[in-house]
Ligand binder design. Structure first.
Ligand SMILES: [Zn+2]
Length: 348
């Protein structure tokens, strides 16, 4: 394992060090029964909860079965609080400053074995990118760069940089000498945008830059329907799985060390799936795939095929239910769902 990378420039606002007040990582303790609407959460910060802060039901399912994440329930009752940097009132973290906000303190992440450089396409909205979770949770080792306005200043040794991109020459991370790279570029954009970036970005075309792909990716648990396969992961899922495959190769006894990269993601997943579980009649888009879909089918105790009384929508209307269930339905400064999936998928 290479030495932990030294602190370096952030493409975003200066990071706030993680606050070491979190509970140790443990299997998520999920509230299966929503608190009464009359039960007000205790005020844990200077800003009292507003009337729209009633707790949401969370599913018991985890987005991935063996995930080991810290308790996400503090996010259930998190009120909006002013961002410590820009003062905009946000509920979980500021998607502009990329710092946590409010009483729900993120779990402390250990240093990553390499730097993750998220190259975010200019058409990707900050409020809709799961990749930003990585920066909020691991500010010392995750950087976010806007493409193409900032990536021209990306100045690393090309021979030390991997790009998560499933080209024919891509290798699984477990087959790459861990001392031979220090940075992994993760592209945050649609598949087409990623293809353009790899083709056109001068740095990514430089000799020495290698491509990395997944050996054995899981099914995505992302809640947005997509046209691609179940192995097309949301960007933060891809960042987490890259670390999982690295650990599997180099520290298998510590496989789950970086699972808290999915802390915000797990909360979103459990909230959205929980909202479907709580409403058995809610229509679900038939194009939803992967673990989210199968978990919901299991939760509803029926097969995938449509049944009377719980008919599924194949006309796209079901997706509007997902949109209504989004975390960021009333604010651009909230963690949100990706509008696409990350480009990371297995070599085929
Ligand atoms: Zn802010």
């Amino acid at each position: 394992m290479p030495a932990p990378p030294s602190p370096r420039r952030s493409a975003e606002a200066t990071a706030t060090p993680p606050i070491d007040q979190s509970a140790p990582a443990r299997p998520s303790a999920i509230a299966t029964t929503p608190l009464s609407a009359k039960t007000q959460p205790p005020a844990r910060g200077p800003t009292p909860p507003s009337n729209d802060d009633s707790p949401v039901p969370l599913t018991m399912h985890l987005p991935h079965p063996d995930l080991v994440v810290a308790d996400v329930t503090p996010l259930q009752t998190a009120p909006r609080t002013p961002c410590p940097k820009c003062d905009v009132r946000v509920r979980y973290y500021c998607s502009t400053c990329l710092v946590p906000s409010g009483p729900a303190v993120p779990p402390r992440m250990p240093r990553l074995p390499f730097t993750l450089d998220v190259w975010k396409h200019k058409y990707e909205l900050k409020g809709k990118s799961t990749a930003l979770h990585g920066r909020v949770l691991a500010p010392e080792d995750v950087r976010v760069w806007d493409y193409p306005s900032e990536t021209d200043t990306f100045d690393e040794d090309p021979g030390k940089v991997l790009v998560l991109y499933p080209s024919p020459q891509a290798q699984p991370i477990g087959e790459i000498d861990p001392t031979s790279f220090t940075h992994v570029v993760v592209i945050d954009g649609t598949w087409y945008q990623a293809h353009q970036m790899v083709r056109d970005a001068p740095f990514l075309r430089r000799p020495g830059v290698r491509h990395v792909s997944f050996a054995n990716p899981p099914k995505t648990s992302f809640w947005r329907f997509q046209q691609k396969s179940e192995q097309h992961l949301a960007t933060i899922e891809a960042m987490w799985w890259l670390l999982r495959e690295y650990q599997l190769a180099h520290a298998p006894a510590e496989l789950t060390t970086y699972d808290n990269m999915l802390w915000y993601y797990t909360f979103q997943y459990q909230r959205i799936l929980g909202s479907y579980e709580a409403d058995q009649q809610r229509k679900l888009n038939t194009r939803l795939k992967g673990a989210f879909r199968s978990d919901l089918d299991a939760a509803r105790g029926r097969a995938r095929s449509p049944t009377p009384g719980g008919q599924e929508s194949g006309d796209g209307k079901g997706d509007s239910d997902v949109k209504r269930a989004r975390l960021d339905d009333d604010s651009a400064a909230q963690p949100a769902v990706d509008v696409h999936n990350a480009v990371a998928h297995p070599r085929s």
